[in-house]
Design a protein around this ligand. Structure first.
Ligand code: NAD
Length: 699
């Protein structure tokens, strides 16, 4: 049953009933049409109320139908809305809680609308690279006014019903109900009151004009174009709303439809829809069922109040969870707390945090030098120096004091979680929680699953991640986990580019033009070049067969660790972060190149992008094949949320699908022929080679 039908007095009530948010899937649309027909056939019914059962009026399209032909199967949403408009008995939409996308378009097809206060109203299609495709761009401007409608359509952001009702001249809502509880009785009264009124009002018949049309739409295009960057949909939304003001309703509808279909096929919309699905999928772990019991996390202990410890603490304080910070020395604690306080004070100064909220958060923070004070913590997160010996000492202490059932997590970037778990008597309670710096800002959280990590522990931290507003992605145990393991190959390839003729600035510009937030060298300067140096030394000690360009080592030997030392691949002016190309570094690269006997060549931007992005893709394929990541989409989420991969390209693995795996492999074969590159590097991962030869994708 996807809609409930009842008759109350002279009024039929159709309640959409497709949990969780009454998505307008085929069965729901069919049930709605059946309800309308039944109401028309019943002479005792004089008016109809449409509402939503449960937690929403309607959240719009059913995501289970996403991208499938059933989304367009008759009765499709356009047909349902036509049926509503053609109804000979008045139809009242009784709207509450959530009214979004197709849900709002449906309501706009009704003759009357009454909303409960606090209802979130939105046309969020632009967030998927689309525009509302069932009349939203034509009816909302008529009902709400051109400017507020355009704002909603272009931003996709929800607006509360009471704010919309207050807009002068609006005809979106005929009435605001007193409360959620009174919505239905008030809707029934409204329906009974209009039962005999004719003609029935239709939104499509309302006038739609903007007094300064040309000027206003020019202004809107400038604003939206500037913000939309590489996404075509926002400007198309402007076009469609303008069409509503200039064309007949029917013509405007045709324009909307054509534009919608065009946008559906853009790579940008495909990327955004992929991300939408990948984000939801990444929250689920294949072998951890949704009903896995969770442990209660009401208090958190953090060991180490350095860069990461302080940032991690803020996440929990922001979510109202008490935190105890532990350090070895009082000075370190004081320093950590002072830094954390400074971050909050900066937010207060910018007006982003209210002073009383700041006080509340600080009141949730306590500090200690003694492990025994951590005995009541539900979750302990270690963020001390990246040395196995130090981690061992900490985990032995945590194991000693932690209460049974407490979760013990490490924020290590590189160390083996299984080894860390073995320092305790409770490997089932141990896992990695790899936050990214700055931990209070970055959305990504890699959840590192040890061989013995309990399913309830995983279920608990995935839910907790949501609470602290992180996108959690599960990674198996390997060197660098998903994100840093891939970035190592990307940075290695960037080194070969320097040897062959690139400058750091040229490589960075090519990648930034492709859409990365930062190219590889600016990123390394920000993270600290010493980190990669330490990894290369370790690889050397391990006698790794991996070959590296030596330029980065030469750079580090000069103490050019990046922004923190005021010099790296670029020069920096004290107190500023602008990367200034360094003649000294370029001369160093040239001298090194000459020493190798290499005649430099000009490398095209396209080659730079391919070599760096395909390096990510190939390592991603290894990670997928080894089961370190359970889905290609998980890898994409890591790169979108943690590494500044361009959103409109959907992440490295989705991008590979778009390029075509066959083409990726062909290019890799070509790169392998380059004597200055590394043939071994370009060996396609077996999974990539197999999928490419079968004409398949990572999806
Ligand atoms: P940091 O040097 O800024 O902070 C480490 C803190 O741990 C220091 O305040 C130190 O006094 C304290 N400490 C050291 N030994 C201790 C002990 N035995 N008991 C209690 N406190 C102790 O380092 P960081 O950058 O915050 O890194 C911490 C961890 O997070 C490392 O494992 C690192 O690999 C990882 N990590 C760092 C980043 C990053 O970008 N900085 C990102 C992700 C993960």
């Amino acid at each position: 049953m996807t809609a409930d039908y009842s008759v109350q007095g002279r009024v039929a009530v159709i309640a959409l009933n497709n949990p969780p948010v009454n998505g307008l899937g085929l069965a729901t649309r069919q049930a709605l049409c059946d309800g309308l027909n039944r109401a028309h056939a019943d002479a005792a019914v004089h008016a109809i109320v449409i509402t939503g059962a449960g937690k929403a009026f309607s959240g719009g399209a059913d995501i289970k139908e996403f991208g499938s032909p059933t989304a367009f199967q008759e009765p499709n949403l356009l047909s349902v809305i036509l049926l509503l408009e053609a109804a000979t008995k008045p139809v009242v939409a009784a709207i509450h809680s959530v009214c979004m996308g197709g849900g709002l378009e449906l309501a706009l097809g009704c003759h009357y609308r009454i909303a409960a206060p606090g209802c979130s109203v939105a046309l969020p299609e632009v967030k998927l690279g689309l525009l509302p495709g069932a009349g939203g761009t034509q009816r909302l401007p008529r009902a709400l006014g051109v400017e507020p409608a355009l704002n909603m359509i272009v931003s996709g952001e929800p607006v509360k019903s009471e704010l919309l009702v207050a807009l002068p001249g609006q005809k979106l809502f005929d009435k605001l109900a007193a409360s959620n509880e009174s919505l239905l009785p008030e809707a029934l009264a409204l329906a009974a009151g209009v039962a005999d009124l004719r003609p029935l009002p239709l939104v499509r018949q309302l006038p739609c004009k903007h007094p300064q049309g040309d000027g206003y739409f020019q202004f809107a295009r400038n604003m939206v174009g500037g913000m939309a960057k590489n996404l075509p949909a926002p400007l198309k939304c402007v076009d469609a709303v303008e069409a509503a003001t200039r064309r007949s309703f029917e013509d405007g509808m045709r324009f909307e439809r054509d534009t919608f279909i065009h946008l559906m096929w853009t790579p940008e919309s495909r990327a955004l829809r992929h991300i939408f699905m990948a984000e939801r999928a990444s929250a689920k772990i294949p072998d951890v069922p949704a009903d896995t019991p969770q442990r209660a996390i009401n208090s958190v202990a953090i060991v180490g109040a350095g860069t990461m410890g302080g940032g991690i603490a803020m996440n929990f304080l922001n979510a109202g969870v008490p935190v105890t910070l532990l350090e070895m020395k009082q000075e370190a604690l004081d320093r950590g707390v002072a830094t954390l306080r400074k971050h909050y004070e900066a937010q207060v100064k910018k007006g982003k945090l209210k002073p009383d909220k700041f006080a509340q958060r600080m009141a949730l923070l306590s500090t200690t030098l003694c492990y025994d004070d951590l005995k009541d913590a539900d979750l302990m997160i270690e963020a001390v120096f990246e040395e196995l010996g130090v981690k061992e000492a900490v985990f032995r202490e945590l194991d000693r004091v932690a209460k049974p059932g407490a979760i013990l997590a490490s924020n290590t970037s590189t160390l083996d979680i299984n080894q860390i778990a073995a320092f305790t008597q409770r490997p089932q309670d141990v896992l990695g929680l790899h936050f990214f710096s700055p931990a209070q800002v970055m959305k990504l959280l890699e959840v590192v699953r040890g061989a013995g990590t309990g399913k309830d522990v995983l279920a608990t931290v995935m839910a907790l991640a949501k609470k602290i507003k992180k996108t959690a992605v599960v990674s198996g145990v390997c060197d660098g986990f998903i994100g840093n393991r891939m970035i190592e190959q990307y940075i290695r390839q960037a080194g070969f580019l320097l040897d062959e003729g690139c400058t750091p600035a040229q490589a960075d510009q090519a990648m930034e033009k492709f859409g990365f937030a930062m190219g590889p060298f600016r990123m390394s300067d920000l993270a600290g070049n010493d980190i990669g140096w330490a990894i290369r030394k370790r690889r050397h000690a391990e006698k790794s067969a991996m070959r590296y360009s030596l330029t980065a080592d030469l750079l580090c030997e000069q103490g050019r660790f990046g922004q923190k030392t005021g010099a790296g691949w670029y020069d920096y002016v004290p107190g500023k972060r602008d990367a200034i190309p360094s003649a000294e570094v370029v001369a160093m690269i040239e001298a090194h190149r000459a020493g190798l006997g290499i005649t430099p060549r000009r490398i095209a931007d396209e080659e730079i992008v391919q070599r760096l992005v395909f390096a990510l893709i190939n390592e991603g394929a290894h990670i997928l094949e080894e089961g370190i990541a359970s889905r290609a989409g998980d890898i994409d989420m890591v790169y979108l949320m943690g590494y500044g991969f361009p959103v409109w390209r959907g992440g490295p693995m989705h991008y590979a699908n778009e390029v075509g795996l066959f083409n990726v492999v062909q290019a890799m074969r070509r790169f392998a022929q380059n004597p200055l590159d590394d043939a071994q590097f370009w060996q396609p991962a077996p999974l990539l080679a197999r999928l490419a030869s079968q004409g398949k994708t990572f999806a």
